[in-house]
Ligand binder design. Structure first.
Ligand SMILES: [Zn+2]
Length: 292
């Protein structure tokens, strides 16, 4: 039995709020404005620099496969590195928001979602009218796996999303880390939001060769060498697994509805998280057709 949540109105943010910072990939300063949006808008990105502006829904159907980040597209218009702002919006219970950006990527900030959380908290979360939120309530466990990694969603243990995640980098400074947490706004703010993106030195060198980071320094994200983080103290001993949970919250937001589920994952990344969303939406679709 999964706990049923009492229906609540859909929510948005109290007023517009701006966030700016450098894009990891372009190296240029990106200006982002989060705008309140009416019920049933969902979370959408708007490429405000294009003429006319292009709206890209934060839905699975918009997702483009990419390495180390989540990319969404509509036609030729793309927006990259969307997972951290989506994570912050979803975790704080924002169902409807227009995220207007003047570049093809979101700012990297300090590699975490803390800057987005601070912006949302500065303007507050409010009802977006009378329309009810329709959470995706998971009754039966759905699991996806690939190459020894897996992630599954099953019945919820409270009226919301909880995530039990384990990463495993084998022997070395990152090692194995596990975190099991209820994704409430309070827990997200204190336990997850400040956890930063991390890379191994090999990943960092590969990405740099692929164009990451003309202006990215070792202080803008956490790079792990053989002996631990290079030139950058950790915020928690298990900061890596906290960031993986932060990322998963953002990836799961591509369902377009709040999840009421307990999610367990082992070494799952953006691609497998998206595959889980696809499987959950397909299962929900089948159930509705069976009821119809
Ligand atoms: Zn991330």
């Amino acid at each position: 039995m999964s706990p049923t949540s009492r229906p609540r109105p859909q929510r948005t943010i109290g007023r517009p709020v701006a966030v700016s910072g450098r894009g990891y990939w372009s190296g240029t300063v990106v200006e982002v404005t989060l705008l309140p949006a009416p019920a049933d808008t969902g979370l959408v990105f708007v490429r405000g620099d294009l003429v006319p502006p292009v709206t890209i829904p934060a839905r699975l159907a918009s997702r483009v496969d990419a390495v180390q980040r989540t990319v969404l597209a509509h036609g030729a218009a793309e927006v990259q590195m969307v997972e951290h702002v989506l994570s912050a919006l979803a975790a704080l219970g924002v169902d409807n928001c227009r995220v207007v950006t003047d570049a093809a990527e979101l700012p990297g900030l300090d590699g975490s979602s803390a800057g987005f959380v601070a912006a949302i908290d500065a303007v507050g979360v409010v009802d977006a009218g009378a329309a009810e939120c329709r959470p995706l309530v998971i009754d039966e466990t759905v699991r996806v796996e690939a190459g020894g990694s897996w992630i599954e969603a099953g019945p919820a243990r409270f009226a919301g999303l909880s995530i039990d995640y384990e990463l495993d980098y084998g022997p070395g400074p990152i090692g194995r880390q596990r975190l099991d947490v209820d994704i409430t706004p309070a827990a997200y703010r204190t336990e997850l939001a400040a956890a930063r993106t991390f890379l191994t030195m090999e990943e960092a060198q590969r990405l740099q060769a692929a164009g990451l980071g003309r202006d990215v320094s070792l202080h803008d994200l956490v790079v792990f060498g053989a002996d631990g983080p290079v030139d950058n103290p950790l915020r928690w001993p298990d900061e890596c697994v906290r960031h993986k949970v932060l990322d998963a919250v953002g990836d799961l937001a591509l369902a377009g509805r709040p999840l009421v589920a307990h999610v367990r994952g082992y070494r799952s990344g953006h691609r497998l998280n998206a595959a889980l969303v696809e499987a959950l939406l397909a299962a929900d679709d089948r159930r509705h057709r069976a009821l119809a």
